[in-house]
Design a protein around this ligand. Structure first.
Ligand SMILES: C[S@@+](CC[C@H](N)C(=O)[O-])C[C@H]1O[C@@H](n2cnc3c(N)ncnc32)[C@H](O)[C@@H]1O
Length: 213
């Protein structure tokens, strides 16, 4: 499977180069790794990263995980949702470091299985669960904190390519997420959405959000 012109037509040269480079680096087999959240011994030992699931260790997700660790006021003693959970890194960090409950969700079956594996491995079954669904499709309850580390670039991933679908999504997805999120957010809750400046306005939540909320 590979990306072609029709998948990337909304992107400029620099964006295409970035997407193709990341795609190349995400073609891994299943493996386990010790995920270092901080330099001070906060390590997720034996974290599962499966084939076809976005490897957070080689992208900014590792910084977002550290951000959550240091901003635990967002979820400490609270209910959290992790949309587009991939391996479950964000959800695992919230569940392990103080959330009352975490529901992780992803449109990819491989990602949901991977997140469940990590939930079991870290003994978080009483706090965390993973469901399959498109955007909020599998979510039933409201939360105080909703995180979505969304596909950063505007595009149409090839059918069945879960790695491409971790990087590329039609801008409509972010609009839909921002439109639906208030239904799943408790009063005074917080939405956390990382973004990548290189991806430009179409998938920038701060820009898209102006029309969506
Ligand atoms: C950039 S990856 C982030 C994965 C993980 N949260 C992390 O930080 O490592 C984006 C994730 O969003 C998921 N995704 C893409 N489209 C989605 C949709 N419509 N609904 C739910 N999840 C989606 C992908 O399968 C992928 O796991």
């Amino acid at each position: 499977m590979s990306l072609n012109e029709s998948n990337l037509r909304q992107l400029n040269q620099a964006q295409r180069k970035q997407v193709l480079m990341q795609w190349e680096h995400q073609q891994h087999d299943s493996f386990r790794t010790d995920f270092q959240i901080t330099p001070y011994g906060d390590i997720l030992e034996g974290f599962f990263v499966n084939k076809g699931v976005w490897n957070p260790a080689i992208v900014t997700a590792r910084q977002h995980a550290a951000y959550l660790f240091y901003h635990n006021n967002l979820f400490m003693g609270k209910d959290a949702i992790d949309i587009g959970c991939g391996t479950g890194l964000m959800g695992v960090v919230m569940a392990k470091y103080g959330a009352q409950s975490v529901v992780m969700s992803d449109v990819s079956t491989l990602a949901v299985e991977n997140a469940r594996q990590n939930i079991r491995h870290f003994g978080l079954e009483n706090i965390a669960s993973a469901v399959e669904g498109d955007c909020f499709g599998g979510i039933e309850d409201q939360a105080d904190c909703i995180i979505f580390n969304q596909p950063y670039f505007a595009g149409d991933p090839p059918e069945g390519d879960t790695i491409s679908a971790s990087m590329l999504a039609p801008p409509e997805l972010i609009k839909r997420f921002l439109r639906e999120a208030p239904n799943y957010l408790k009063p005074k809750g917080t939405i956390v959405m990382p973004s990548f400046g290189l991806a430009g306005d179409p998938n920038n939540p701060a820009v898209v959000g102006k029309d969506s909320c």
